[in-house]
Design a protein around this ligand. Structure first.
Ligand code: GLP
Length: 239
C-alpha cells in the first residue's frame, strides 16, 4: 500500500485530486468510482477548479458511485445522488447520463444490486475508485460482519453508522436503516483505489488497516489484498 501523509485536510484534498486527475488525463474515457461523505468534498472542489481552468475534462468520463441509502428519493438532499450533483456533477462538463448511483427508489433492491453489478462489469471495471472509511472500518456500506458480501447488495446499517451519519439528517430517526452498496468484490474490480482519511476519530480504523492482518470485523483491512491502493490521509490519523 502506498501511503501519503498530508499536513491537513486541504493538502489531502489536493493530493487526491491530483491522483484522480492523472488518471483522467491519461485516459479521457475512464471509469471513475466515486464516494460521498464529508471526506472527499475538498477533492471535488479541486477537481471543479481544475475543470474550470481547462486542466481536465469530464466530457468522456463515466462514473459509478459506491453506495446510496435505501430507500431514498434522488431529490432528497441527503441522498448520495443529490450529493454528487451538488458537489461535483453540476459544476463540471460531465454528461450526467454517464453518471450512476445505485437507485434508492428501486422496488426490488436485490434486483437493483444485480443490475448495478452487471453495469460495473459491462463498463469493464473501474479505473480508479475513491473510498472513504467509516469509524468502524466500513468501506462503502460494507459494515463489520462475520462475512462480507462480494457483489452490490442491500444491507442493514449498524447502529454506530446510523449514529455517525445522523449529523446530516434532521434527527437520527430520519436516517434510512438500509443502503445499497458495492460489495468488496465490486470494489476490487477497480484497477486502482485511493482511500482518503481525515480526522482522529478514524484512527482506530486506520490502525487496523495498517496492522497487516485482515478481518471482516474491519472491512477496510481487506484492502491489504488489493495490488494498487494509495492511502491519502492527514497526520492526525496516523500519529
Ligand atoms: C458513509 C459512506 C462511506 C463513507 C463514510 C465516511 O457511511 N457510506 O462511503 O466513507 O460514511 O464518511 P465521512 O467521510 O463523512 O466521514
Amino acid at each position: 500500500m502506498n501511503i501519503i501523509v498530508c499536513k491537513n485536510y486541504e493538502e489531502m484534498s489536493l493530493r487526491a485530486a491530483e491522483l484522480l486527475a492523472e488518471v483522467v488525463k491519461s485516459k479521457p474515457a475512464c471509469v471513475l468510482g466515486l464516494a460521498t461523505g464529508s471526506t472527499p468534498v475538498g477533492m471535488y472542489q479541486n477537481l471543479i477548479r481544475m475543470n474550470k481552468a481547462g486542466e481536465i475534462s469530464f466530457k468522456d468520463v463515466t462514473t459509478v458511485n459506491l453506495d446510496e441509502y435505501y430507500p431514498i428519493d434522488p431529490e432528497n438532499d441527503q441522498s448520495y445522488r443529490y450529493f454528487m450533483n451538488v458537489n461535483l456533477f453540476d459544476h463540471v462538463d460531465i454528461d450526467k447520463a454517464k453518471t450512476s448511483v445505485p437507485d434508492g427508489t428501486a422496488k426490488d433492491p436485490e434486483a437493483e444490486g444485480r443490475r448495478y453489478e452487471a453495469l460495473i462489469s459491462a463498463l469493464g471495471g473501474i479505473d480508479v475508485q475513491i473510498l472513504g472509511i467509516g469509524r468502524n472500518g466500513h468501506i462503502g456500506f460494507n459494515e463489520p460482519d462475520a462475512s462480507l458480501v462480494l457483489d452490490t447488495h442491500v444491507t442493514d446499517l449498524t447502529p454506530s453508522t446510523i449514529e455517525a451519519n445522523s449529523r446530516f439528517f434532521a434527527s437520527e430517526k430520519d436516517v434510512p436503516r438500509q443502503a445499497l452498496t458495492m460489495g468488496i468484490g465490486s470494489i476490487f474490480k477497480a484497477k486502482k483505489i485511493i482511500l482518503m482519511v481525515s480526522g482522529a476519530e478514524k484512527k482506530a480504523a486506520v490502525s487496523a488497516l495498517l496492522a497487516r492482518r485482515i478481518s471482516t470485523a474491519s472491512p477496510a483491512t481487506m484492502l491489504n489484498l488489493h495490488p494498487d491502493v494509495t492511502l491519502v490521509c492527514t497526520t492526525d490519523v496516523v500519529d
